[in-house]
Design a protein around this ligand. Structure first.
Ligand code: DQQ
Length: 531
């Protein structure tokens, strides 16, 4: 059991004990950020789902509050499932969530704070008229869940989306309401054949003219709308940018080939059931994501806990590519930075590896830039086209190169995070951002897959990555957050003070010049709120 204790994170949000999954109803209210989450108070595996609750003033330091909603009504007795918050212009808060009923039917319920003058939002009232929505004609009793935050149209009517499926087509049903108590089905916002059940749909505007976030109700020029679905079939969060039409209540992707479920993922690692909210305090849109375990259930039971939430990420539009969003850890995480080390212009010859001499590499914030030898890039003619991430040890002309984190001194355990440059014989270059877990742990029963996705690297740009390393989780942001990869790593040796950082270039033909800055990060000391 001792072996498992260090796996707890130092600065990520996680419950004191037991199981957590989806983030629920995040919001900012009277000086506090609130995070609710799917929580099993009795065990480190899923079940008996309640809403756990925590608050923070900076999105980084959290205090646990008592469970806010429990399964205690016929309409949620089998679980108080995922939902979202809507703050009305008069300050009222509407929490709409899915209940799993006594007969295992998925229905939508309304809850609101008992006392709006309590900034802690401790007590929640379930509306006596619940459920407010039951599965419509033609929709399965177990395929109707996870209401979004609502937005209000120029017609003064509120709308929200509930994810579902018909056959194997993922769908997103738009309901309209004036009071959050009675609803009318209005349209199917968007559907994608073959994507299966859409869980935890998220739908919001993204400014294409500025870095600020937009209120969920913003509508008009200067924005695109992002539609996200969590695909139940493969447990991946997929999104696409497109245009929302209020007259037809439909949404059209910018690029049909990159429709929801066919193209971009929010995160190419262990990441699911994410949800955003508009932070009216700092005018930004914040994204939360659930990061599960990739060890065994038996180990989770031994540890007594399972799952983390990502560090909250700010979502902005990538005006340079025009095709994707950028995700970046909230600025507040930088308040945890302590000792730092900087390396400028490290020349990495083909096949080189350098120990960056970090005393204790279990809690780090790393920022690295790489410049690939332009001559080699020009001269290399491809036979090395790969269409995904190969293992970090597989050497090609132009890569991989990157960092090794959670590595012990002797490199018996290591996790490479790296770029691969694939150059086709016609000269086209495709870039990949990857995390290779195959040598992360001596333990045999943990996930060892290689994660990764394509990453746009534009003319004149350096290759860049930011990493947040926290004992058993690594959040990796490629090219300013164009491509993100979250992984769970369970080393047995590269722990605490034995965790080191290396930089490497495994290319055969090109040298790489790198600049790296590494900060150690403080712990947040999660604890219950003292009343
Ligand atoms: N988790 C909740 C559901 C949701 C799923 C149940 C996604 O509402 O669809 O815990 O992880």
């Amino acid at each position: 059991n001792d072996m498992l204790r260090w796996q707890r994170s130092g600065f990520h949000f996680q419950p004191e004990k037991n199981w957590m999954n989806d983030p629920n109803g995040p919001l900012y209210y009277k000086g506090f950020y609130h995070l609710f989450y799917q929580y099993n108070p009795d065990s480190a595996v899923w079940g008996n789902i309640t809403w756990g609750h925590a608050i923070s003033t900076d999105l980084i330091h959290w205090k646990y509050l008592p469970i806010s909603m429990k399964p205690d009504q016929w309409y949620d007795i089998n679980g108080v499932w995922t939902g979202s918050a809507t703050i009305l212009p008069d300050g009222k808060i509407m929490m709409v969530y899915t209940g799993d009923t006594d007969k295992f039917v998925q229905v939508q319920n309304l809850a609101y704070p008992a006392n709006l003058s309590d900034p802690l939002l401790l007590d929640w009232v379930k509306y006596p008229g619940n459920p407010v929505l039951t599965p419509p004609e033609g929709i399965g009793a177990k395929d109707f869940r996870d209401p979004t935050t609502a937005w209000v149209g120029p017609d003064g009517i509120w709308r929200l989306i509930i994810g579902s499926k018909t056959g194997t087509t993922g769908i997103s049903l738009v309901y309209k309401t004036k009071d959050f108590k009675t609803y009318e089905l209005e349209s199917n916002l968007h559907a994608v054949p073959g994507t299966g059940m859409w869980e935890c749909v998220d739908f919001y505007p993204v400014s294409i003219t500025g870095q600020n976030g937009l209120d969920t109700s913003a509508y008009g020029s200067g924005m695109k709308h992002l539609l996200k679905a969590s695909l139940d079939d493969n447990k991946q969060d997929h999104y696409a940018l497109g245009t929302y039409d209020m007259t037809t209540q439909t949404w059209t992707p910018d690029n049909p080939d990159m429709d929801v479920g066919l193209g971009l993922r929010l995160d190419y690692g262990k990441y699911y059931a994410s949800k955003t909210f508009f932070d009216q305090n700092k005018q930004r849109r914040i994204l939360w994501g659930w990061v599960g375990e990739t060890d065994t259930e038996a180990d989770d039971l031994l540890k007594g806990w399972a799952s983390l939430q990502t560090i909250p990420r700010v979502v902005t539009y990538d005006a340079k590519t025009g095709t994707n969003i950028l995700q970046w850890p909230v600025k507040e995480v930088e308040s945890l930075r302590t000792d730092s080390r900087e390396y400028d212009n490290l020349l990495l010859q083909p096949g080189s590896i350098i120990n960056l001499d970090i005393a204790s590499g279990a809690q780090l914030d790393i920022s690295a830039e790489f410049v690939v030898d332009q001559e080699a890039l020009k001269l290399t003619v491809g036979d090395d086209v790969i269409n995904n991430c190969s293992a970090a040890a597989v050497r090609q002309a132009l890569g991989p190169f990157g960092l090794l984190v959670l590595a012990d001194e002797s490199l018996s355990e290591l996790t490479p995070i790296y770029f691969y440059i694939a150059k086709a014989s016609d000269g086209t270059v495709k870039n990949w951002f990857c995390t290779d877990q195959s040598r992360s742990s001596k333990a045999s029963s943990v996930d060892k897959q290689i994660y990764g996705g394509p990453v746009p690297v534009l003319e004149g740009e350096k290759y860049s990555m930011r990493l947040l390393v926290d004992h058993s989780i690594i959040e990796a942001f490629g090219q300013g957050g164009r491509t993100c990869i979250t992984s769970r790593i369970y080393p047995t040796k590269a722990i605490n003070g034995n965790a080191k950082v290396f930089i490497f270039n495994n290319a055969t033909d090109s040298s790489v010049t790198a600049s790296v800055k590494i900060w150690e990060l403080d712990s947040i000391n999660l604890s219950p709120y003292i009343f």
